[in-house]
Design a protein around this ligand. Structure first.
Ligand code: TRP
Length: 374
C-alpha cells in the first residue's frame, strides 16, 4: 500500500504523517500529562517540546517516575559520520543538551564510523573515522558538559562495545533483523551485525557502573527501529529497557517533503560550514514559499505558514514564543511578505552559525576531554 511516505534509518521521503508513523512504529504520542511531568523538573518547557517537535516516546513516563524516586539515568544519542554536519543534525543535539542540564545526566554520544563505512558504498573507513572526529566538534560546540559527556567513535572504542554487541547479537535472529530493517540476501553481513552495535550504548552505562542504569535516547524518529531490537533483548540480558523520545525532521529548504539531507542536493541543505553569503543566497533563492504570487494578492489574502519553509524553520530555531507567534500572525494576515520572512530566517541562521563556528574552532583543543577510548 502506498501511504505517501517512507521512514527507515536509511530513507526518509514523502509527506510524513507523524501521528500515523507513531502508530505504525508503536510509539506513544507525548501527552499533556507527560509534558507537565517534565515541566515539574525543568521549570519552563523547552520550545521543542511545547511545539511538538519532539512528539513521541517510549517509556519516558516510566523513566521519569523512577527518576522521581531518586534513580538517575543516562542519555544516549548518536551521529552517522557520512559528511559535513548540517542544520538538521543539530535539532536533537540541542535538545539533548537541554536534557543534560535539566536532569544532570551523563551523555554517551556514539559516532558510527563503522556503520557509515558498511552502508555507504563510496566511503572507506579512514574517511568515516576522520569525518566522525570533525563532526564531534559540532557536538562539543553546543556546550555539553565535558565532565558528563562521553563521545565514542566506534572503531576507537570497539573493545568495550564489541563485547556488549556480542550479547545483543546472540539474542537477535536474522529474521527479526530482516523484519525490522528490511535486510535482504544482498545486504552485506556487516549490516546484519550493525544493529547490535547501535544497541550496545543502551547498556553501556550499566556495564561501566556495575549498576542497572536506565538510558533515555533523544533522536529523530527514523532511529526507532534500533530501539525495538534493544528493548527486546534488554530483559533477556538483565538490563532495563531503554526509553526514547522522538523528534520530527527539519524539512528540506526546498519544500515540506522528506527531511533535510545531503543527498537531497546542495539547494535543500544548509551546512554548518556555509558562510553568511551562501546562507542568504540559499534561503532567498531556494526556500519554498507559502506566500502568494503577487505582493498585492499576498497583502490581501496572506501567506500560508504551514507550508512556508522560512516559517517552518523558524519553529525549529526561534526560541522566543512571542516573536514566533507575531511572525505567524503577520505572515498569515499578509502584513509580512515572503521576502521579509526569508530575511528574518537568514538573519537568525547566519547569526547562529557565526557563533557556532567560533565555538567549534575552540572545541578542537578540548576534544580529548570528551572522547572515550579503550
Ligand atoms: N545510525 C545513526 C545515523 O546514521 C547514528 C546513531 C548511532 C544514532 N547511535 C545513535 C542516532 C543513537 C541517534 C541515537 O545517523
Amino acid at each position: 500500500m502506498n501511504k505517501g511516505f517512507v521512514v527507515t534509518p536509511w530513507e526518509v521521503s514523502g509527506d510524513i504523517d507523524y501521528s500515523r508513523l507513531a502508530k505504525e512504529f508503536g510509539t506513544t504520542p507525548i501527552s499533556d500529562t507527560l509534558l507537565k511531568k517534565i515541566e515539574k523538573h525543568s521549570g519552563k518547557l523547552h520550545y521543542m517540546l511545547s511545539r511538538k517537535i519532539f512528539f513521541s516516546h517510549r517509556d519516558l513516563d516510566i523513566l521519569l517516575s523512577e527518576y522521581e524516586k531518586g534513580t538517575k539515568f543516562a542519555l544516549y544519542t548518536g551521529r552517522g559520520p557520512s559528511g559535513d554536519t548540517h542544520l538538521g543534525h543539530l535539532i536533537p543535539w540541542i535538545f539533548t543538551k537541554w536534557l543534560q542540564d535539566v536532569f544532570d545526566a551523563p551523555l554517551y554520544f556514539q559516532i558510527t564510523d563503522d556503520e557509515k563505512y558498511l552502508c555507504k558504498r563510496d566511503l572507506d573507513l579512514s574517511q568515516t573515522t576522520a569525518m566522525g572526529y570533525e563532526n564531534a566538534l559540532d557536538i562539543i560546540a553546543l556546550g555539553f558538559d565535558p565532565e558528563k559527556t562521553h563521545i565514542i567513535v566506534d572503531t576507537d572504542y570497539s573493545k568495550t562495545l564489541y563485547k556488549i554487541a556480542l550479547q545483543v547479537a546472540k539474542k537477535t535472529t536474522a529474521s527479526s533483523a530482516k523484519a525490522v530493517f528490511g535486510f535482504t540476501n544482498e545486504t552485506n553481513i556487516g549490516m546484519y551485525f550493525w544493529p547490535a552495535m547501535q544497541a550496545a550504548p543502551c547498556f553501556l552505562p550499566s556495564i561501566l557502573s556495575g549498576q542497572k542504569i536506565r538510558t533515555l535516547i533523544p533522536a529523530a524518529i527514523d532511529q526507532d527501529p534500533y530501539w525495538r531490537i534493544a528493548r527486546d533483548v534488554a530483559p533477556k540480558l538483565g538490563y532495563p529497557k531503554t526509553s526514547a523520545i522522538h523528534c520530527s525532521f527539519l524539512p528540506p529548504l526546498t519544500g515540506m517533503s522528506g527531511k533535510m539531507s545531503t543527498s537531497e542536493g546542495m539547494q535543500s541543505t544548509i551546512f554548518i560550514s556555509d558562510d553568511e553569503k551562501t546562507v542568504r543566497k540559499k534561503i532567498m533563492k531556494y526556500a519554498f514559499s507559502g506566500g502568494k504570487e503577487t505582493v498585492e494578492e499576498h497583502r490581501k489574502k496572506g501567506g500560508n505558514p504551514d507550508i512556508d519553509i522560512p516559517y517552518q524553520w523558524l519553529r525549529y530555531f526561534e526560541e522566543d514564543e512571542k516573536k514566533l507567534r507575531k511572525i505567524y500572525d503577520d505572515y498569515s494576515s499578509g502584513k509580512l511578505l515572503s521576502g521579509e520572512i526569508k530575511q528574518i530566517l537568514a538573519d537568525k541562521i547566519s547569526k547562529f552559525l557565526a557563533e557556532h563556528r567560533k565555538k567549534r574552532e575552540s572545541a578542537r583543543k578540548n576534544i580529548s576531554k570528551f572522547i572515550l577510548k579503550d
